[in-house]
Design a protein around this ligand. Sequence first.
Ligand code: B1M
Length: 217
Amino acid sequence: MTIEHDEFEGIRLSIVNMDDKKSVELTRQAMKTHAAGEILNKALIPAMEAVGDDYEQGRKFIPEMLLAAEAMNAALALLKPELTRSDVKKAGRVVMGTVEGDVHDIGQRMVCIMLEGAGFEVHSLGADVPTLEFVKAVKDMSPDILGMSALLTTTAPRMKGVIESLRKEGLRDRVKVMVGGAILNQKLADEYGADGYAPDAASAARLAKTLLDNPGA
Ligand code: B1M
């Protein structure tokens, strides 16, 4: 194994082993020689995939998933300043949240960070966001884009509810709607009436730019 692989593997293992002190220490070390984006893609995201596999195989349970998520978030907080450093003028305003009934917020945080890095002003409503709160945020903050995340089969259809509520309130034409999350795909996004779907945080930032560059799309 090369030294580089050792470093990423160490961070990955510290998250899988739910050790937030270690994940912070190793991430800090890795940042001396690697870009934040590389650490995110080669260590943090694979770590959460491994945690998901462990859960599916019955090797981890909910409390352990939570602790792993904390170790991941602690490392992510270190990467954030570098990922969001952007000298470009604001590309647009985004309101983001995970839909009601769904507490998964790690992916959504990553998307927020990548959007900030791409020059967007981002307001995160957090996780478990009721439909009416999304609608109110669109009314009050006039974002260019509303982003919604969902990781559960049971909660993803709430995106459709939010989009319908925006329509009822006469707000749908004022905002582009972008959706994502592990169980989403283009077909579901179309079915829910979203303007765009992105499979990961980097493509979410690209999609946001495309949506604003092609307002008629
Ligand atoms: Co939960 N969980 N979980 N969980 N959890 C999943 C999602 C699951 C796939 C695990 C499994 O069974 N294999 C499964 C869902 C199955 C399904 O519905 N099809 C599941 C389940 C069932 C549950 C509970 C119901 C378990 C229970 O209680 N019995 C429960 C639900 C609680 C609730 O929400 N009401 C639950 C709870 C939890 C924890 C609280 C313990 C914890 C979340 C902690 C937190 O987020 N603060 C947790 C975790 C950690 C996971 C896994 C292991 C990891 C999720 C994650 O953070 N991934 C997950 C298994 C897995 O995904 N393999 C699982 C890393 C993250 C970077 O990826 O969020 O996909 P992701 O985001 C990506 C892209 O999807 C995209 O960009 C991100 C970065 O590239 N993206 C967007 C995300 N949002 C986007 C928005 C966009 C564009 C792109 O535009 C707006």
